[in-house]
Write a new protein. Structure first.
Length: 301
């Protein structure tokens, strides 16, 4: 098979592993810098051009689109979809996952466990927003933040109000969430591929840090998840329409709650923590599912 991967940094562990896994299974994988693509949006003749040449026909595309280039990256991915190339994750599904508020609304609609989450535009509603989230301590999140950046734990009502008013005064969108104290600064990432959990790890934050992101000095180890946690991860992936994703959950007193669903999960932490060949499983999924024109949305939405 001939596979394209939309990515900007070919040297990242995840991207190198996917290239290795594809080659090991006899496939050709070409890394294409997302921002260097340009598109000919012609009626019934969609094309993607790259470095002065029209890209050849690919059997599948793996979107590894950075959060900072989501808008342009999804436009490029839609062009591949309109050309009938099979996407590991479709543009519409990635768009849902990148919009934190929309993803929370969709998960809530399907009855999936979530921390109490509140959102408002008017700074005058700050006290009510904090109250609805269960009061201090409360977690305040930028809607556009990634890898733990733009996430603040406000310990008191006063600090929560100050943080929310500061963010809103700067014109950025935030949401306030219930603080799950019993999680103890740890979360679970479950890797879902093709509707199955293929690996799970427990991430713990550095000392004094409530965020468990590995990019922020956290550590990871393999963990056995419960049937309820497994079902929650699978349902979350299905709700957003993602074939490959990392579902981040906290263990609360009332069961697993989903914090985020990542459509481009890093592979280094989970492969090293669990010893599983996640890259190989992604390529295997492509082998079983990539068919010409199989994209459900074909660039719509």
């Amino acid at each position: 098979m001939k596979i394209a991967m939309l990515a900007r940094n070919a040297n990242l562990y995840s991207h190198r592993r996917l290239v290795e896994a594809a080659k090991a299974r006899g496939h050709e994988l070409e890394i294409i810098n997302t921002l260097r693509c340009y598109m000919n949006i012609a009626s019934r003749r969609p094309e993607v051009w790259y470095n002065g040449e029209k890209l050849p026909r690919f059997d599948a595309v793996i979107p590894r689109i950075g959060a900072s280039v989501t808008f342009y990256g999804l436009a490029v991915l839609r062009q591949f979809e309109m050309m009938g190339v099979y996407p590991v994750n479709e543009s519409v599904a990635i768009g849902r996952s990148r919009d934190k508020l929309r993803s929370m609304q969709l998960l809530a609609r399907d009855g999936i466990g979530l921390p109490v989450t509140t959102f408002a535009h008017d700074p005058k509603q700050t006290e009510e927003v904090i109250r609805l989230a269960g009061g201090a301590p409360v977690v305040v999140k930028l809607l556009e933040g990634t890898q733990g950046i733009g996430v603040v734990l406000a310990d008191t009502e006063r600090s929560a109000k100050s943080v929310i008013e500061a963010f809103r005064g700067a014109g950025v969108n935030i949401m306030a969430q219930e603080f799950i104290r019993e999680a103890g600064g740890s979360d679970i990432r479950a890797l879902v591929i093709g509707g199955k959990v293929v690996a799970a790890m427990q991430r713990s934050g550095a000392k004094g840090e409530f965020r468990s992101n590995l990019h922020r000095g956290g550590s990871a180890k393999a963990v056995k998840i419960t049937p309820e946690e497994r079902a929650t991860a699978i349902r979350a992936a299905k709700t957003l329409g993602l074939n490959v994703c990392g579902v981040d959950m906290l263990r609360s007193n009332h069961g697993p709650v989903v914090m985020e669903v990542n459509s481009s999960p890093g592979l280094e932490g989970v492969e090293k923590a669990t010893g599983r060949d996640i890259a190989g499983k992604i390529i295997e999924f492509i082998e079983k599912n990539a068919k010409d024109g199989k994209t459900r949305t074909k660039g719509k939405g």
